[in-house]
Design a binder for this molecule. Structure first.
Ligand code: NAG
Ligand code: NAG
Ligand code: NAG
Ligand code: NAG
Length: 438
């Protein structure tokens, strides 16, 4: 009953969307048509982190708000030194069958994401030669077939540029990736899978080391790309900046690290149609230790949080209960705590009220340029750059005004009582299930 209802409403919202702007459906292998009315449904997606399914606290499959999504992507199957193996070992492989069957019961597309920040070590070698590409096509198709998946999400971080620090990398990565994807589309199974990619805010680097200026061949392959417009600023910089800025052209040039506005501009300029772009949005924020003198703008009447303050690099706060103490990463490098607070974790740790607003005694500033909020706990000297209902509404409006395909949230389990999900759904044009017309 519910799945049928949400599908019906989706169709309605896609039509409403089309009437405001005449974007056109492009089928995968044909030249774009200018006469067919829009038939693409909008995407309401999230990644589901397998390793949180059974953790304590945890976010089990049953807790996903299935009726509010069109696609949910299980994360991660990681690349391994063996081209025939993608490993789910760190992502609760036993949970995947329940995930897939539950998604299907709700009429939601079930995908698995390949790679991720810690799992992209061997993409480059897996696609390096014709022989390897053929073997790797078999590997990904087997993963899809064995698990009854609707699709695969390629989260290679990143073709042609180093991610975590010890990825195999080659200037030919992006070209080889395309050849691999084209071969995958020739495969009898691969041709009908939903194929998506989680991308950087700039187009992938080509053989010359520069962002691609023509991604149309990728646009012909993918059903959509999710541009990961988060971790744009973080503890690797020298100041506290927005995790997921909507805009940055209004920020001082030294603080322009990227934004949804810039990312959509860059990808569309390179030939990715806006209706194949889904905005990646975070249900989490980054924390920093900032001394009060730096954190607060004393020229303001009330204690307003300062813009781009410096922070204490050596004192990374620990995040919420899902943050670890750190340890050796996949490259054997010692890492400290990540300092990530999920939206629920900001409630659990007293930064936010249960309704998602800043708690009493917590300083709050909504930054007009990035359209994202900051909170500051003066006693603990912790500042967090994050997203709330207001920033998700701004992102949703941007999705609607730019005729993007929809949104993809990292991660489904980060939200608190669907405050973020409901906000971005409403603003981007999804209609909520009100028990209405069927
Ligand atoms: C999962 O759902 C159950 C039942 O509604 C609820 O009690 C629990 O708090 C939820 N857990 C999370 C992490 O959302
Ligand atoms: C091809 O794959 C094999 C097996 O994973 C790997 O050892 C080899 O280095 C790859 N070839 C290239 C050129 O990277
Ligand atoms: C981004 O900022 C520029 C000014 O720097 C403004 O013209 C533009 O409308 C903004 N875009 C959005 C989506 O807020
Ligand atoms: C959110 O909750 C706080 C604390 O209970 C309350 O003071 C505030 O009015 C609420 N805000 C909204 C918009 O509901």
């Amino acid at each position: 009953m519910l799945p049928l209802l949400s599908l019906t409403l989706l169709a309605v919202s896609a039509v409403a969307h089309a009437s405001s702007f005449p974007f056109h459906f492009e089928s995968r292998d044909e030249t774009p048509t200018t006469t067919t009315p829009a038939t693409v449904d909008m995407v309401a997606a999230a990644w589901f982190a397998g390793w949180h399914a059974n953790s304590e606290p945890g976010f089990p499959v049953a807790n996903v708000s299935w009726d509010k999504y069109t696609h949910v992507t299980y994360s991660f199957a990681v690349t391994t030194p063996d081209i025939n193996t993608l490993s789910l070992a760190d992502s609760a492989p036993d949970v995947l069958p329940t995930f897939v069957s539950t998604a299907k019961q709700h009429g939601v597309k079930a995908l698995v994401s390949l790679g991720g920040w810690t799992g992209s070590l061997y993409f480059s070698s897996n696609v390096a030669t014709a022989e390897n590409r053929t073997a790797f096509v078999k590997t990904v198709v087997k993963l899809a077939t064995d698990n009854n998946l609707d699709g695969l999400d390629f989260d290679w971080e990143y073709p042609g540029s180093q991610g975590i620090g010890c990825n195999v990398i080659s200037p030919q990565d992006t070209d080889n990736f395309l050849s691999f994807l084209q071969e995958l589309r020739q495969d009898p199974v691969g041709k009908s899978l939903i194929l998506t990619a989680a991308t950087s805010v700039k187009p992938w680097k080509g053989a010359d080391g520069q962002p691609l200026t023509d991604v149309s061949a990728f646009a012909n392959i993918f059903d959509y790309i999710a541009v990961m417009n988060y971790d744009v600023s973080g503890a690797w910089l020298d100041y506290v900046g927005p995790n997921a800025p909507l805009n940055d052209t209004c920020a001082p040039s030294a603080n322009q690290q990227g934004s949804a506005v810039a990312a959509v501009k860059a990808w569309t300029a390179a030939g990715m149609p806006s209706h194949k772009i889904v905005l990646g949005v975070p249900a989490y924020g980054h924390s920093f230790t900032v001394v009060a003198d730096e954190a607060l703008d004393c020229t303001s009447d009330d204690d307003l949080i300062a813009s781009f303050p410096p922070f204490e690099k050596a004192q990374q706060p620990k995040g919420d209960a899902w943050d670890g103490d750190g340890g050796l990463d996949q490259c054997g490098v010692q890492q400290g705590p990540g300092g990530t607070f999920n939206f629920w974790g900001m409630v659990a740790n007293g930064f936010l009220n249960e309704n998602g607003t800043a708690a009493a005694g917590i300083d709050y500033r909504f930054d007009e340029c990035s359209q994202t909020p900051y909170v500051y706990n003066e006693e603990k000297q912790i500042m967090i750059s994050y997203d709330d209902a207001q920033s998700f509404a701004a992102k949703g409006k941007f999705i609607a005004s730019e005729n993007l395909r929809g949104f993809a949230m990292w991660e489904a389990g980060g939200d608190y009582q669907d405050i973020l999900l409901n906000s971005i759904r409403a603003a981007s044009g999804f209609q909520d299930d009100d028990g209405g017309d069927c």
